[in-house]
Design a protein around this ligand. Structure first.
Ligand SMILES: Cc1cc2nc3c(=O)[nH]c(=O)nc-3n(C[C@H](O)[C@H](O)[C@H](O)COP(=O)(O)OP(=O)(O)OC[C@H]3O[C@@H](n4cnc5c(N)ncnc54)[C@H](O)[C@@H]3O)c2cc1C
Ligand code: SF4
Ligand code: SF4
Ligand code: SF4
Length: 389
């Protein structure tokens, strides 16, 4: 069948589900813990091909060269925004600006009941507050994306691969003029198998009551530390920095990213289908900044107007684009040989505590080193045929 069932895995953006005229595509977590579409009733498929036509994963075209990229360093003047957002609060300020202009804003919140990140729609600033801060998880998109239509105006925040499919969708639906698209420099998304194990473990080991809030980037020790803070209903909380925290070590160690985040990610540095890209500014020039700082790349006329509209509420300075991209991943990570093994171990009931996960992590490290040494050994060992000659 010429439909998305051709794909073994993908970005999980859900846009194919929006466009399907037969409404037979749903999104579910696959065995690796990532969102993937599936067709509920194959005989109902009329093979129109629409699902594949909007799919960023299936269409392998190169990202076109940008003609007017402009770079900026920026941060919000609002101290509360700066404190509660992940970088310089520019994501929040862009949202606030467009809400005032009457746009509907599609962004991501953390759902504590479902333990997942999800897209949703805000029409008021109070609703939009929940989108503050990065949720380092793959978002379930359909609740938010299903609100897209050709009449209203939308500002959309999403990962670069999600944005690529959205761009294709709004072009197909002839309503590109009503949409402003924002993406970010993207490290990748970790498996929900890791997240569910991790949260389950925190419940078991720390008496925090009912989970109330997750902050992936608490700035209590400054912006550089990546402090995760999980607060419970009884006033207790769990907190840890990226070097000690098992979730961050496995995620930022690239050991359990979505398969598509390895060789199929075509969206690093300035490779984007958005109007504007935001992120942390890691350039060495700003290494002493601890409150929060955003790097911005504006790609289009809409991006340029957005930056102009923020001038009264944020500090801005135009920068070389190389300053903005410094410290960002310039290519996707290699698929580690231990990825499948790590994902399998996360299913193992015995490997539940952080302590045993840390042991696991060290085992993985040594296993990788061992494989590396074997590879080097194979390279430097004399070739058998040569010896025989
Ligand atoms: C999975 C992921 C990986 C990232 N990797 C990098 C990176 O490698 N380098 C870098 O510089 N920045 C990265 N970022 C972006 C960075 O963490 C900040 O989100 C960004 O700089 C915006 O912060 P802010 O202070 O401007 O605004 P904030 O108000 O804090 O912005 C957060 C915005 O991100 C959106 N968002 C949150 N979680 C998700 C999600 N799971 N999926 C889609 N959108 C989401 C929210 O809707 C909100 O609009 C990543 C973000 C995510 C979610
Ligand atoms: S990448 Fe998106 S559009 Fe393509 S198959 Fe996956 S969920 Fe559907
Ligand atoms: S080919 Fe058309 S009908 Fe079939 S799943 Fe795709 S969008 Fe739906
Ligand atoms: S790393 Fe690339 S493929 Fe993975 S979520 Fe980010 S943009 Fe998508």
């Amino acid at each position: 069948m010429e439909n998305i069932s051709l794909l073994d895995y993908c970005y999980g953006c859900g846009i194919c589900s929006l466009i399907c005229p037969e409404n037979i595509i749903s999104l579910h977590l696959n065995a690796d813990g990532f969102y993937q579409p599936s067709i509920s009733d194959q005989p109902l498929c009329n093979e129109c091909g629409l699902c594949l036509s909007v799919c960023a994963f299936y269409n392998t075209e190169e990202v076109s060269k940008k003609l007017q990229v402009k770079g900026f360093s920026a941060w919000s003047h609002d101290k509360e925004v700066l404190k509660t957002c992940s970088s310089g609060g520019i994501g929040f300020e862009i949202g606030r600006l467009f809400l005032e202009k009457g746009y509907r804003v599609c962004a991501v919140r953390y759902n504590v009941e479902k333990r997942r990140a999800e897209h949703y729609i805000s029409d008021r600033v109070e609703e939009f507050e929940r989108s503050k801060g990065s949720k380092y998880l793959q978002s379930y998109t359909l609740d938010g994306f299903r609100e897209f239509n050709t009449k209203d105006k939308f500002l959309v925040f999403a990962t670069p691969c999600q944005i690529h499919s959205i761009r294709k969708y709004i072009q197909k639906m002839n309503c590109e003029g009503n949409y402003v698209l924002v993406d970010f420099f993207c490290h990748g998304v970790p498996s929900y198998k890791l997240w569910n194990r991790y949260v389950g473990d925190i419940y078991k080991q720390h008496d925090i009551g009912k989970l109330e809030k997750v902050n992936f980037r608490d700035k209590i020790f400054g912006r550089q530390t990546y402090t995760i803070m999980i607060s419970g209903s009884n006033g207790s909380f769990y907190s840890s920095t990226k070097n000690k925290d098992i979730f961050y070590r496995l995620y930022l160690g690239d050991l359990c990213l979505n398969k598509a985040c390895y060789k199929e990610c075509k969206y690093k540095l300035d490779q984007s289908y958005a109007d504007i890209r935001i992120g942390d500014l890691w350039s060495r020039r700003f290494k002493n900044n601890n409150e929060g700082l955003s790097g911005i790349l504006s790609f289009t006329e809409k991006g340029k107007k957005t930056v102009a509209g923020l001038q009264t509420r944020c500090s801005f300075k135009q920068e070389e684009t190389t300053t903005i991209t410094e410290g960002q991943m310039n290519k996707p990570p290699r698929l580690p040989i231990s990825r499948d093994w790590v994902l399998k171990k996360l299913d193992d009931e015995k490997v539940l505590s952080s302590r045993s996960l840390l042991v696991l992590l060290n085992l993985v490290k040594y296993r990788n080193k061992f494989h590396h040494l074997v590879k080097i050994g194979l390279k430097i060992l004399p070739n058998k045929n040569y010896h025989e000659n």
